[in-house]
Design a protein around this ligand. Structure first.
Ligand code: G6P
Ligand code: ZN
Length: 582
């Protein structure tokens, strides 16, 4: 057995190691500076405290982006030196973010131990490669992202760190082969357990959904399916679940081989970046003659999803509302009823209407999945979602891209149980239109201004906050821009008191609420790695079933104009158009 020693390495703090919405994200060249990753990892161990680290079982893996393999070896050596008992690594260092959450909650070591937490190596939907982004975040023993109390401590530690611990004499571990390697350190045995990236996750999915009914749907000659992993880690799960378990054709998978640089693309499942899928589904510029009935995509770490029908886009805000409305009938896991539902503040109010109709507990939380986690741990929420292409449930404590696809396939299988084998199907578009007819439609769009000057972005937000002190002035300005837009009746910065732990989160987005139920929301992104990204969320509710079929950009044009002019977007950012519209 290889024996290692502990070495203490002198170091100095780096500026800017403050974790954002989902961990620390920086360019690879920042992470590869000597000691940079080490400082952050050691600061995390200090934040967790000796009793949570010594003897612990920790998961280390991620979406496979560039620098992951080096980072895994560094973290293994530092964990060994800090007295961790064992490290679990997905084969080739690959685990989707939802699979990490599932592994923390479900996997059991031979001696009965479960994982205490995980380092997830991902920058989610940001591009990867030597000149792009890397990221690291810590998840706790409930399987969810570390709360602010922990990430604040980590950050504090990064500002004072003087040394870190690393194992000397511990060779790089082969993470390409499943199996356990055992080492011996000053505190005893240390194991690195490389395991199949999919087994726990697949087992969990099978316990939630009726795979038999989805199989029948996928086998039906009138149903066609397509999935794009954008070269992220979702490909590993898509192959295993959609093809091997559910019988989809191999040719229905696009970009399902994980790549360190995501094939040079931007692994974000939206209408701008998932170009190939969008074209195949008949939503691109070229005229696809017979698009599949159902298409979906995931982001780099497979927690996000985009759902498409034939020539039809489902907004994430509608998606969660539709899943919630159909979950009890279509998904066995929910057959006993929903405990409650939740959405992030900028997500449209489509879910609110379903919650009201079904008499469900409902929560509006700030952006960031951790807020849902608290509600779920307290048994208050079953299904939740965000406009940012995140949908999920209390089966884990992360959003879950593959789960969302299985949820949609379950709903399609349920609605079509009598139509399989031929004939006319109830399509994705039918399901959405029927939903609008019943609950009304929330026209919705988001404008992103990426990588703008941080100072300009701050000034824009300050301008919007200042305006809120006089609604009559705001309404005067709006009438000057678009007299056909209704009055603002309320304007504030969203603040949230967590009903479980009582913690208060302030400044969670600037809201303008209109008399007719429309909303404008402005937020700075918490997930970028350079400059600032301004997000503008635009929403309008239409109850009249005869008016729910309009093109959404047309329907929202007046509000969009108000948003851009009221915020003085061009003046503050120099941008005449957004980078991305979703
Ligand atoms: C991550 C989080 C999501 C959140 C999103 C917001 O994906 O997991 O919960 O909605 O970031 O990103 P933003 O860039 O808008 O801060
Ligand atoms: Zn992600």
């Amino acid at each position: 057995m290889v024996v290692f020693q502990v070495s203490r390495v002198q170091t100095k703090p780096f500026d800017g190691q403050k974790p954002g919405t989902s961990g620390l994200r920086k360019k690879v060249k920042v992470f590869t500076q000597p000691h940079y990753l080490h400082n952050f990892v050691q600061s995390t161990f200090y934040a967790l405290g000796d009793d949570k680290v010594r003897g612990a079982t920790l998961v280390v893996s991620g979406d496979g982006r560039y620098f992951s393999k080096d980072a895994i070896q560094i973290i293994i050596k530092m964990a060994a030196a800090n007295g961790v008992r064992r490290i679990w690594v997905g084969q080739n260092g690959l685990l989707s973010t939802p699979a990490v959450s599932a592994v923390i909650r479900e996997r059991v070591a031979a001696d009965g131990s479960k994982a205490n937490g995980a380092f997830i190596l991902t920058a989610s939907h940001n591009p990867g490669g030597p000149h792009e982004d890397f990221g690291i975040k810590y998840n706790m023993e409930n399987g969810g992202p570390a709360p602010e109390s922990v990430t604040d401590k980590i950050y504090q530690n990064t500002t004072t760190i003087k040394e870190y611990l690393i194992a000397e004499g511990l060779p790089d571990v082969d993470i390409s082969t499943v199996g356990v390697t055992t080492f011996s350190g000053p505190e005893g045995q240390f194991d690195v357990d490389v395991f199949d990236s999919t087994s726990e996750y697949v087992k969990l999915m099978k316990s939630i959904f009726d795979f038999g009914s989805i199989q029948k749907l996928l086998a039906s000659p009138n149903f066609t399916f397509c999935y794009d992993a954008l070269h992220g880690v979702a490909g590993v799960y898509a192959k295993r679940i959609f093809v091997e378990e559910l019988g989809a054709k191999e040719s229905s998978l696009l970009n399902c081989v994980p790549k360190e640089d995501f094939g040079g693309g931007h692994p974000d499942p939206n209408l701008t970046y998932a170009k190939e899928l969008v074209a195949r589904m008949g939503l691109g510029k070229t005229n696809e003659s017979d698009p599949p009935e159902f298409g979906a995509a995931a982001d780099g770490d497979a927690d996000r999803n985009m759902v498409l029908g034939k020539r039809f886009f489902v907004t994430p805000s509608d998606s969660v509302a539709i899943i919630a409305a159909n979950a009890v009938e279509a998904i066995p896991y929910f057959s006993g009823g929903l405990k409650g539902v939740a959405r992030s503040m900028p997500t449209s109010a489509a879910l609110d209407v379903v919650a009201k109709h079904l008499n469900l507990k409902f929560f509006e939380v700030p952006t960031g999945w951790k807020f849902f986690g608290n509600l779920m741990d307290a048994g208050m929420c079953s299904v939740c979602g965000e406009e940012s292409f995140g949908t999920g449930s209390d089966h884990i404590r992360e959003k879950d891209g593959i789960w969302a696809v299985l949820a949609w396939l379950s709903i399609l299988a349920y609605k079509n149980k009598d139509n399989l084998g031929g004939g006319k199907l109830v399509t994705v578009e039918d399901i959405v239109r029927q939903h609008w007819a019943k609950y009304g439609r929330h026209y919705y769009t988001r404008y992103d201004y990426e990588n703008v000057d941080a100072g300009g972005a701050k000034d824009l937000m300050a301008h919007l906050v200042k305006l809120q002190s006089s609604l009559s002035e705001v309404n005067g300005i709006i009438k000057g821009i678009r007299p056909d837009v209704s009055n603002v009746v309320n304007a504030d910065e969203f603040e949230y008191k967590d009903p479980v732990d009582g913690s208060i989160s302030k400044h969670q987005g600037i809201r303008y609420l209109f008399e007719d139920g429309s909303r404008l929301v402005f937020r700075l992104s918490g997930t970028g790695s350079e400059g600032a990204t301004i997000r503008v969320y635009i929403e309008q509710y239409e109850k009249d079933p005869s008016k729910t079929g309009r093109d959404s950009q047309d329907a929202l044009a007046p509000l969009v104009e108000v948003a851009i002019k009221l915020s003085k977007m061009a003046e503050f950012t120099g941008r005449s158009a957004p980078t991305v519209i979703t």
